[in-house]
Ligand binder design. Structure first.
Ligand SMILES: [Zn+2]
Length: 322
């Protein structure tokens, strides 16, 4: 499902899919809303690193992780890379959150929290539910979009297919979530935002963030990582696990299994059958997870690690239960 539209600035024909709603002309770099106006404040992150430099930085970074094999710097080789510019809507919001809450369960508090926030919302659906959806970058140092630079580097440009309206809604929700979490940390509970809460948009910028996806080989297998081409930050990485790490994982898995058995029998001897079954089962799960991890031979490192989250949740639940 694609169609041809005409760039309002250079009149070049551009092929787009039906879903794309903010288009950057690949010829002149003009950015416009499909059937609408030109987006004036369109910026991009500078591409400060070559793929080779990024790969060297990645290897140094990986070596600082305990699971990485020591010979990665000599034995890993880059096989391929892609440079993609991902679109974000960046809002500067002025929030006056009018809320009611409870302090120490009994006393009711009514107050206003005033905050100016900068919030980035992914503008393409492909980015949702990936590490890129919550990626935090600094808007400072972003240059005006330059299609010549993008072209000369052979970078792929992703157009927005999430509308500005939808992005606005997400930004508002994110802003209120941020304030809610902040208030919760001060000990408030049951926070409710009143209808008089006001969110004003002070500024909207459309920003493309250049991200490398680098594929590399190590020990006959392929892995990849994502890195910001502006500041070389590693956003997501698959890393092979070294032998030492695997042995430790298997050890930990066995230890949890033994522990599961001990808890189970202690529970039984105390006639706490529910407790015995539950905790025994959960510890066995943790053990199985560790076994799996050591067999898989690959660790995924990202800011939002789902694997680690699962173990965290199980562990927390277990602690609460005990
Ligand atoms: Zn054009």
């Amino acid at each position: 499902m694609s169609e041809e539209i005409i760039c309002p600035y250079c009149s070049a024909p551009i092929r787009v899919t039906a879903y794309e709603n903010v288009i950057t002309c690949p010829y002149c770099g003009t950015t416009f809303v499909k059937g609408g106006e030109v987006v004036k404040d369109h910026r991009m992150g500078m591409i400060n690193y070559s793929p080779k430099e990024i790969f060297e930085i990645f290897k140094e970074w990986a070596l600082r992780k305990p699971e990485t094999p020591d010979d990665i710097s000599v034995k890993a080789s880059m096989t391929n890379y892609e440079l993609t510019l991902y679109p974000y809507w960046v809002f500067r919001l002025d929030v006056k959150a009018d809320y009611s809450a409870y302090k120490r369960k009994s006393s009711r508090v009514v107050n206003i929290e005033h905050e100016t926030l900068t919030i980035a919302i992914p503008a393409a659906k492909e980015m949702l539910a990936t590490v890129l959806s919550d990626y935090e970058f600094s808007v400072r140092g972003k240059i005006y979009y330059n299609s010549q630079v993008v072209q000369s580097l052979g970078a792929k440009v992703l157009n927005a297919n999430i509308s500005l309206e939808e992005a606005k809604e997400r930004a508002f929700r994110k802003a209120l979530d941020f304030i809610r979490e902040k208030l919760e940390r001060t000990g408030l509970t049951k926070i409710k935002f009143n209808p008089s809460t006001k969110v004003d948009i002070e500024d909207v910028t459309y920003v493309h963030i250049p991200i490398y996806k680098v594929f590399y080989r190590y020990g006959g297998r392929q892995y990849y990582f994502l890195a910001d081409a502006s500041d070389s930050k590693i956003i997501y990485a698959e890393i092979p696990t070294g032998k030492v790490f695997r042995v430790i994982s298997i050890g930990a898995a066995l230890a949890s299994l033994v522990f599961a058995g001990i808890i189970f029998f202690i529970g039984l001897s105390l006639h706490a059958i529910c407790f015995a079954t539950y905790s025994g089962f959960l510890m066995t799960l943790i053990s199985a997870f560790m076994f799996l991890k050591s067999i898989k031979g690959v660790v995924v490192v990202a800011k939002h690690r789902q694997e680690a989250d699962t173990v965290d949740k199980i562990a927390k639940y277990l602690i609460r239960y005990i």
